[in-house]
Design a protein. Sequence first.
Length: 289
Amino acid sequence: MTYATWQDFHAAQRLVMLPAGSVNHLDLSVRYIDTGSGKAGTILLMHGIPTWGFLYHAVIPLLAECGYRVIAPDFLGHGFSDKRDRFDRSFQDQARMILALLDRLGIERTHVVGHDTGGAVALILGIEHPAVVERLVISNAVCYDRFDDDMLDFGHPLRWKSKPVSALLDALDESLAMGLSDQQRLTVAFAEGIKAPWSDEEGKLSLLRNASALNANQTMALVDRHHTVTAPTLVLWGEDDPWQKVADGQQLASEIPGARFQLIQGASHWLQQDAPERFSQALLDFLAE
């Protein structure tokens, strides 16, 4: 099982409808990958902004080959999940979507992996829904009040709503390049895949709405409760991240009881693309303990 292109990945995604009341007031469509035997357990992979499940395209086969069932959803407003301009995209709403999805799939307990804003959602699950989380992995996560200025800028509707889609895609190209240490990993296939959901007016507006949902109040509200996480936790960090600094990951690990901090050298923010084999091996080693 490999995903040579984003089209292959998208074709492998499944579709589920979450009924009104399970997340918010709407019936919501969610796209997700569900693959692997599950003999070794289940892993939930959560992306951040401006990515979608495709961020893990090189990681998912490595985990599935080791006997895990891998669930990789697109967040609300991201990827090919519901992108209508009619609902909130807060971290709490994303967490509610994840819980509703797991319930629909009959998954009571899973290893939880969260990257970027997905890391904030993973912390919400670990703090407020510990029964769901078997082990917790946080990678280059949005935490405290450290938010990327570029993403915050996207959330300014008066500045971006009138600009063409092409301007947004050019800005995303810059962001993708900044978040990779090995520029050879900035392949055409990867860049096209990450940008694909945002390449029309609906996608552009949805990304702006996702960015406008970035709010340090959401992450600062978790800080006093980091110490309540009970799941065994790995904080896995790409060393060269220009946005989420190593010191943030180290601080987070120091505040979660028993958490281990592990650095991936020579990798930056998009470490699932920068170093997929080392990222996957770090997960597998931690989950096998």
